[in-house]
Every structure is written in structure tokens, then in C-alpha cells.
Design a protein around this ligand. Sequence first.
Ligand code: NAD
Length: 527
Amino acid sequence: MSSPAGARRRAGERCVTLADRVDAAAAESIAVRSPPTDEVIAQVPDCSRDDVETIVDRARAAQTTWTEWPVEKRVAVLDRFCDSLLEHRRDLLDLIQLETGKPRHNAVEELLDAVGTCTYYVDTAPKLVESERRSGAFPAITDARVHYEPVGVVGVISPWNYPFNLSLTDAIPALAAGNAVVCKPDERTPFATLFAASLLEAAGAPPGLFAVATGRGETTGPALVDAVDHISFTGGTETGRAVAERAGQNLIDCSLELGGKNPFIVLDDANISAAVRGAVAGAFANAGQLCLAPERIYVHESVYEPFLAELCSATESLSIGFEFGYGPDVGSMIDGDHVDRVDGYVQEAIDDGASCHVGGRRRPDVGPHFYEPTILTGVDPDSRIACEETFGPVVSVTPVKDAATAIDMATNTTYGLNGSVWTTDLGRGRHVATSLDCGTVCINDPYLVGWAALDAPMGGVGDSGLGRRHGPEGLRRYLESRTIATSRIGPFVSPSIVPMGLYARALVGSARLQRRLTRLKRRLSPR
Ligand code: NAD
């Protein structure tokens, strides 16, 4: 491995070159800082509404070529792109680390997610975009075929916490389906997405097909929503509402992947050491800046004491810091405002009577935006920290008398993104899982087993979002269906020689016959 200083310098130089890829005449620019040091890495254009329109027009032109290519040729480009992600992994991991301040193992998660998503859709997209035969209005004399067309240009708005994979995980199926994509990454983390755009073009995609519009959320974001045919948004719930309102005004479809307040339930028969490993890996992944991270742990009272003791000891042993290598367990948070926000929640909880067992402190000695992994108990269930997403390295632990109480407390929230259940009885785990109002529930794992099930839909309910990514659902949202129905006997109107009453009775008779046939079919092949 090269020296950390060398990695930082090379990644910084690459950022300056990548910023030139943005097709903007923008007068304004944004200084992007590296969180572990707060130093400016490079400037990127702050795209105006005109810039966004230019970028989308260019993407639209590129899409007309792309969509004419057979799907096999499109996925071949994505396949080469996937190879190049693995080939350039060191540069990519350096870049992700430089702009987020996360540990290298969390950057690897981003790479592997993008590679897995590419591999999945390269394999499945050709089938998913194929036309289908459906039942016609009347068997034999009519038929119906459904054709799938790309919607056009998809806008992807992504957040800073996993900037690389959260841009790509929604962009890849959109591209495979024949769309162009214009991505607006968070203004704090644009470079990994710009790098992806350069690699995709090198893999053979038409120039401008996957474009990046850098800029501020409140200006470039709405301009993008106004210019595209579908918006795929990942970010906070309040921003998601604003995006959905705007998409509604424009009558375009949108998918929203929003925040969570994820419960983690430890049942009395759980393997305590495994649950502790899962809690630490989940709650403090990416310094807790992970939408799927558990923030509320409910533990059966019979195992509460040993669980808490082991959790505290495992958390105390985590190392905090930053290096371009597989070093510290917990990295930097994104910026000073976010550290202030998280610390504000923690201090307020302590003022309200919660006990802080581990952490609860900033670490300016390590770097400007580091915060210690924090464990709280005795949190008031109506307090801000219990109800609102913290999005930092903070978790609360609460004893419960039984599984039903855990379910009640877990579901007492407006969010519904990800839940986790820990038990040695998998049947019991699945039963508890079905009672949680979450888009995903993981048994004996904090989040990865659900996220990595790329064939299964993923997303939130309630304040956690709308629509699903991953699986067939993750691609079909970017397709418009067109039904072509054919009559083999001419128009379905009453023939002039048949009286209207007789014709109507014939239709009712036919409806009855169809109902009988459907019932018979159900009886012959019950579900
Ligand atoms: P945010 O909503 O402030 O920003 C997300 C993106 O939206 C950024 O690119 C930002 O520039 C842009 N944006 C801001 N205002 C906008 C507007 N008015 N119109 C259009 N775009 C706008 O999110 P954040 O707080 O920085 O990110 C963290 C949040 O993201 C957390 O709530 C987290 O749970 C959520 N998140 C969800 C998922 C998921 O898959 N469900 C994944 C990661 C993060």
C-alpha cells in the first residue's frame, strides 16, 4: 500500500481533474472539504438552472442512441464498467475516504454494493425489459401485449453518507432499462460520482448519458426535479417531502429513500455475543451515519445486563481515527454542523435523565469532526433522541419484559426503514419480523443481509419513503408500460343485425362463463 500522504495527494489531484467534467457555465463554485482535516480538496461548479437544463438536454440526446441499442449491448457496457470499478478500486476507495472521512472498510461496502448491483442488473435486465403477453379481454378472439419503454432521463439525487453507491444503486438499473441519468450528488461529496461517470464513459457509454450536475440542494436539486422524467431521491425525510411535492406538480413519478429510527430487538434466546457484534457493527458503521443503522436497542430483561456489559466493553475497544488503509474502526463525521446536531441530542438526553455508559464526547484531539461511539440507557421514550433520527454514532438500550412489548416500542414511530431481530429460533424471529412496520427486517444481522439481497426489494414505509430499489422493482420503476390489445373479430360493438338487448345478454353470459372458468381453474390448481 502506498503512503497515506501519497494517497491523499493523488486523490486530491484527481478531484481537481474530475471537477472539470461538469458541463456548466456556472459563475459560482463550491469548495469541497475533506472531513478528517477540514481542508479544501477542490472546487466544483454550483450548477444553475440553465446549467442543469443543458446537462439534461445533452443526456436526452445521448439517451436516444442508448435506447436504440439492444439491451444486450447496453448491459455489456455496464459489465465492462463493473470490471473497471474493481480494476480502479484503490483510487476509488481513496476518493471515497477523502471526501467522506469514513474508514476504508466502510468504503469497501460502497464498492461492493455498486459491483453487486451492476452484476445483478447485467444478468436480469434483458428479461425485465422484455415485452410480455397478458390475458386478453376474451380468450382466443383477443390478446394483450405489454411493451416496456424507458421513461427518458432519470434524475438521481444522492446524500453524502454513502455517496458512491447511493448514486449508482439507483442509476445502474435506470441505465440498464435504457434511460439516461443525471445525478446530483450532495455538495459535500461529489467526486466519487464524478469518477463513476468518467469510468462509465470509458466503458463505452455515449458521452453525457450518465452526467453529474454538482450544486447546492436548494437550487440545483429543484432544477433537476423540474427537468427530468423520474426522480430517484435518497436523503432526509423533510427534503423528500419537498421533492415529492415538486414531482407531483410536474406529474412525474418519484422514488424516495428516506431516514429511519431503526429498532434492534434482542429476544431472550438470542446468542448474546453475536447480537453484540451485530449491534456494534450496525450502530457505529460509518460513524452511525447510515440510514439502516440501529438506533434503538430493545433487550429482553433476562439478558439485559450481560448484553449491556458486553456491548459497552466492545464499544470501548473501538479505535477512532482516519487513515488511507484498514486502520481505525470509526472514522470522521461529515462536518461540524452534524457533530453539533448529534452532540445536542446526546446532551439533551443526558440532561433529561439518560445515563451515558460509553462515549458522549467530541474528539478534537483526533480531528475536527470526530465523535465517540455512544451508548445511552434510561432514555425517555418521548424525548427527541428516542423519536427522531440521530444519524450519528449513538444508540440507546432499553430492557423489555417480553417480545410483545419490544414490538410495541419498536413500532411506536413514524419511520419504517429497517428492523433487526435476534434469536436462535428462526421461526420465532420471522414471526416477530412480520409484526414490525419496516420495509426490511433482518434476522440475526443488523442490516447487511437485507441490503445485500439484491434480488429483493428494499425501501421504507411511512416517513422512511416511497417505492423500492433493488430486485425487479428497482428497475421496473424506470419503465413506462404500453399495452397493445388486439381484436381478431373487429370492433367490440353490437353487430347491426343483433338487437342491443340480446347483445348485452350475450356479454353478461360471457362474463358468467369467465367467472366459472376462473373458479374451476382455482379449484384445479389451488395456491
Ligand atoms: P438531505 O435531504 O439534506 O440531502 C440529500 C440530497 O438532497 C443532497 O444531494 C442535497 O443536496 C439534496 N437536496 C437538499 N435540498 C434539496 C431540495 N430542496 N430539493 C432537491 N434536493 C435537495 O439529506 P442529508 O440530511 O444530508 O442526508 C442524510 C439523510 O439521508 C438521513 O436522513 C438518512 O437517513 C437519509 N438516507 C437515507 C437512505 C435510504 O436508503 N433510505 C440512505 C442514505 C441516507
